[in-house]
Design a protein around this ligand. Structure first.
Ligand SMILES: Nc1ncnc2c1ncn2[C@@H]1O[C@H](COP(=O)(O)OP(=O)(O)OP(=O)(O)O)[C@@H](O)[C@H]1O
Ligand SMILES: [Mg+2]
Ligand SMILES: [Mg+2]
Length: 762
């Protein structure tokens, strides 16, 4: 990570944090002038560039208060990497704000503005991809040396060919993965497991794979675990006979509910040894639990969980609980699991060991490449795994090709800092510019038998969210067009004026239970790519050809469907003009895409340099936004006491699987947005911070802690080193993290998962 630059786009003097005007006081219950109660909420009235002094000091006061000695404190879980968190349950909202010393920000230096965060982010991603490839090579080498157990009895248990797989076998593998941070060792454990499963009980391979990646079905089917803590504790209490209070205390000291469950089981005496759990039974039950919804579902869930826990032996309870939480937190990335599966599918054949080193290496890397590419096109293990077990790996691409009805991960773009950079990048290649529409990505599918669906960037089914769009789609399809997959952007639309509305308007559209007659925000679709048409994949075609087919197969329809505006000149003045016009039309900037030849194919799930994005903000030197997880919230004051007025945000560290605090935010929210946020967030309140929240000592404890589910897109002036925020801790300084200066809310990011938040390394 590059050393954070200190400085601000506000420029010299103005960027200095003004000294709070009120003298510091620690007295409580003093009459608070209405005006100051109100200040935290008045951001809109302030100019965007004015630092939120009073708001910040108010929040800081809470931080200070929570350090004071009061009753009713919950001390959050301790763990090796995590700092202690003191949470004061009893914060009185109406106390006099104290002008606490503001020490989380360094004096701004006059260094240039950091205007290229997103750019660095993308470069970082690229570096990681390269490292990933290197690791992959290394593990292929190591695997060729591995000795494989080709016996029919396996892994220290009574599991024999044809038997259901004991859940204990899976847990032992999890245990091994958890005990190391070395990729190589993790891969070896997984490969060993997969080989045995393929050899002894291939029917269980699918469920075991799902359990390794903490899923129960493909993303677009929308079933998820992620059971709340209180429900899990209830089930643990019921199955072990321990009191809730004791469990809570344990949780506070141990910091992991899984371990609490295992320990609770351990201290329990049972007369009969329960029948061992099998992976099939556990997986089926997990899936059933994920399916339960509605009124009495909570009790049914507790019953089912209890049923599993009662049958647990050794450390099984630990992983059952973590699976129910929706995350194993043992360092199993989906890509690692996928590679291990590919490798096992080659290595399980007894002849493999006798092959030459070179042959082994090439077979392993080919298998990995094929499986990854298959998964990019058809992210559905229900189809991939049976095919993998039936056909030779070389045939997999033809057996598992993309098809409408199964969303693929969209291609992403690389950011650019300047227009000349575009010319440098493409040199003598042909490229084309398009408006970059500011809405939500939408992948529209029609299957061979006419079923239409819309999917989000994250492969969620959005069809029910857009009943209005669903209804009109057939009007803009040419009669000769049968099946297809379109890549589009859905934007908020002004029907009267037939023009695009800003993203902020789109974000006020209801997301759930959308009924047509209630829709207030209309949307229009801008189609920019066609990935599949009439039974044929177009991924390998050039963009020139794909765009041609797009234009030939659909009809622009007023207020409903348009083709993305484009311009094919490579003259920099023309591009500048096109960019300016795009902005005037409520777009975000331009997308510049490689147009013909081998570089112009569609690369699912890749952030490619064949697509460049140019946003007006990076040209302005404003820097790009970050997507941050809401970890906690502060109640509003004055007229906003009924909603949250400020939020504690964090980024994600994929290495430690932690969310790290980065800043608090109170600027950029409209009244309606605050209400919307309150309605969304109030159900996510948890009694104390998650064990995987990294919170600095003396960090401002929020009034409520929240499940890590909602993402904000945030812009800030620049970064500063901070002793109380934990983002990227250890990377710049051992004890200090990075914080954002003057963060401002841009929008909700409903289309990203918490783990897709900006990574702390960036
Ligand atoms: N003509 C277009 N071609 C491709 N994408 C477009 C186009 N117009 C708008 N987009 C949108 O721009 C997005 C890419 O840029 P953006 O910076 O908004 O990415 P993002 O959603 O913030 O994700 P990330 O920050 O992870 O890259 C695409 O995912 C798509 O939704
Ligand atoms: Mg966007
Ligand atoms: Mg972005």
């Amino acid at each position: 990570m590059k050393q954070a630059k200190l400085g601000s786009f506000f420029g010299g003097g103005a960027s200095k944090k003004p000294t709070p005007s009120k003298p510091a006081t620690t007295e409580k219950n003093e009459e608070t002038p209405a005006s100051s109660q109100d200040t935290i909420m008045k951001e809109e009235e302030q100019s965007q560039n004015t630092p939120m002094v009073e708001a910040e000091t108010t929040l800081f006061k809470r931080a200070m208060e929570s350090d004071s000695d009061e009753e009713d404190k919950i001390v959050a879980p301790k763990s090796k990497k995590r700092s202690r968190i003191i949470l004061d349950d009893d914060t009185d909202d109406e106390e006099e704000p104290v002008a606490a010393p503001v020490d989380d920000e360094e004096e701004p230096a006059t260094a240039p503005v950091d205007d290229d965060k997103e750019y660095e982010e993308a470069e970082q991603e690229e570096k990681e991809e390269q490292q990933e490839n290197a690791l992959e090579k290394e593990s292929v080498k190591a695997l060729t040396q591995m000795s494989i157990n080709y016996q029919t009895e396996s892994m220290g248990s009574t599991w024999k060919k044809g038997d259901p797989v004991p859940y204990a076998v899976l847990c032992r593998t999890f245990e091994k993965c958890e005990a190391t941070t070395k990729r190589l060792e993790i891969t070896e454990s997984l490969v060993t497991l997969f080989i045995q499963v393929i050899r002894l009980s291939p029917d269980s391979l699918l469920e075991i794979l799902y359990m390794c990646i903490s899923k129960v079905c493909p993303d677009y089917e929308g079933l998820e675990l992620g059971i709340g803590e209180s429900l899990l504790m209830k089930a643990i209490a019921k199955s072990t006979g321990r009191a809730m209070k004791a469990l809570k205390d344990d949780y506070v000291t141990i910091g992991d509910l899984g371990t609490v469950a295992r320990n609770s089981k351990g201290s329990q005496r049972t007369l009969f040894k329960p029948k061992p759990l099998t992976t099939s039974h556990v997986f089926k039950t997990l899936k059933d639990i994920a399916k339960l919804s509605g009124q009495s579902s909570q009790n049914k869930k507790v019953d089912k969980i209890q049923g599993l826990l009662v049958a647990c032996q050794e450390n099984e309870a630990k992983y059952i609980i973590r699976q129910l939480e929706g995350k194993l937190r043992i360092g199993l990335a989906e890509q690692t699991v996928l590679s291990a599966l590919a490798q096992a599918s080659v290595m399980y054949k007894p002849g493999f060991e006798k092959k030459s080193q070179q042959k082994k290496e090439s077979e392993l890397s080919t298998a990995t490449d094929i499986l990854k590419s298959v998964h990019n096109q058809l992210p559905n293990y229900d189809m991939i795994v049976p095919a993998l077990l039936t056909y030779p790996i070389e045939d997999l691409l033809s057996k598992c090709s993309m098809r409408p009805g199964i969303p693929l991960k969209p291609m992403l773009a690389h950011p650019t800092k300047s227009l000349p950079e575009i010319l440098d990048r493409f040199q003598d290649q042909k490229f084309t510019c398009e408006y970059k529409y500011d809405g939500e990505r939408a992948q529209i599918h029609r299957t061979e038998d006419g079923k239409i669906s819309i999917y989000s960037r994250n492969s969620e089914d959005m069809s029910v969210r857009y009943p209005d769009v669903m209804e009109t789609i057939t009007k803009w399809i040419k009669p000769t067009t049968q099946s297809f997959i379109l890549d589009c952007e859905a934007v908020a639309w002004d029907i009267e004026k037939s023009c695009i509305l800003p993203f902020q308007i789109l974000s006020t559209r209801k997301r759930k239970d959308v009924r047509e007659e209630e829709i207030t925000v209309r949307v229009a679709i801008y189609g920019f790519d066609c990935l599949y048409l009439n039974g044929q994949s177009l991924l390998q075609e050039s963009f020139e050809k794909r765009r041609q087919l797009l234009h030939d197969s659909f009809i622009e329809t007023k207020n409903q469907f348009y083709f993305a505006e484009h311009m094919d000149s490579n003259d920099i003045a023309d591009i500048q003009t096109f960019l300016d016009v795009s902005i005037q039309n409520n777009c975000e900037g331009l997308m510049v895409k490689s147009y013909d030849g081998e570089h112009a194919t569609y690369e699912p799930s890749r952030r490619s340099r064949n697509w460049l994005k140019v946003k007006k903000d990076y040209l302005n030197g404003l820097g790009d936004s970050m997507d941050l997880v809401v970890m906690g919230a502060y109640y509003g004051r004055g007229k906003r006491t009924s909603v949250y007025g400020g939020f504690l945000l964090g980024c994600y560290d994929p290495d430690t699987e932690e969310f790290q605090t980065i800043c608090k935010i109170g600027t950029g929210f409209s009244e309606t947005m605050l209400q919307t946020l309150y309605d969304r967030l109030k159900d996510l309140v948890i009694p104390k911070p998650k064990p995987f929240y990294a919170i600095g000592d003396g960090a401002p404890a929020p009034d409520v802690w929240l499940e890590p589910q909602v993402l904000f897109e945030v812009k800030c002036a620049d970064l500063s080193i901070s002793p109380i925020y934990m983002a990227g801790v250890g990377q710049v300084n051992d004890a200090k993290g990075i914080s954002l200066r003057f963060p401002r809310f841009i929008r909700l990011r409903d289309d990203k998962d918490p783990e897709q938040a900006t990574a702390s390394g960036q």
